[in-house]
Design a protein around this ligand. Sequence first.
Ligand SMILES: [Zn+2]
Length: 354
Amino acid sequence: MKNKHMKHRLYFITSVLSYLIPICFYCSCSVTPNSKEAFRGIVLYPSDIRSLGSEKLIDILKKTDINLLGLHSNTLTENLDSLKVFLEGPEGQLLIDLCKKNNIDLEYECHVLQEILPRSLFDNHPEYFRMDSNGERRNDLNICFSSEEAWGVIEKNVNGLLEWMQPTTNRYFFWIDDSPDGFCHCDLCKSYSQSEQALIYENRMLKIIRKVNPKATLAHLAYRSTIEAPGNIKPDKGIFLEFAPIKRNYEVPLSSELYSALKENLEVFPKETAHVLEYWLDASMFSSWDRDKWSKVPWNPVYCRRDIELYRNLGIRSFTSFATWMLHQHYFELYGREEAIKVLNEYGSTLKRN
Ligand SMILES: [Zn+2]
């Protein structure tokens, strides 16, 4: 009888432990491949969504493992104003509503500097803008990140932006300008590298955003001229790494230079919040943003899995890929709707499975 009682107790304890051990295991890993923070995203232009319609797009996404949609704007093709017009229109409102209903997060990945410090201010305030390596002020790219007066203008404009741009993840992406050498060489800025100037801007920007949204976090975009890890400037709490290896060769693994740069960045920024923005599905990039080309994405699920494993081995759990011009009616007509959806499915399931 005593033996039987002991057996029951042992069985009870074993059963409880068998439930608790996996729970503890998952609690100790802050982000697992299936938790909400393990983002599996795509980034699109408003024009991609317009071409399909919000309802058709969400129908496609909800049948895949995609749980995050990023909307993109830049100065060259679709600017912030066009994003705002889209979001405030019926298709944009429907998109916001359908994302919510289907548990798909919505973010905005945008180059914003040209809009938050209008270039037209240059005539009266050249000091707001960057000094080039010849000592001349220019309003082509970025700004003088040390100009207090420029920051006064920026804060006012960012407050307007925050009224209509509300990411459901509280992650903000207010990127610097695209450029190989578009930073400031004035006396106050010149001792900082391009990555450090970007981080000075991001630390300051996050303070402004947090006055409106205390839960906000902000991306440090490590890409092209800012791929090198910042040394002399440290990220404030809430700045997360966004690694975007644009124009890499997809047939081979990440180059040793990019891999080292990523590792060095992960020494500066927290691993737990680090995020990769890739181009696996970016038909616009593979077409060199030339609408006359509209090339097919050179998709290879084996390469994608290889890349994801490399990123995961470094502790990264959050991913998006541009899928601009691929989830687009014109792409469907050129290469087949089913083919594009198959690629998207393989991408989403690879992220979920790994
Ligand atoms: Zn400067």
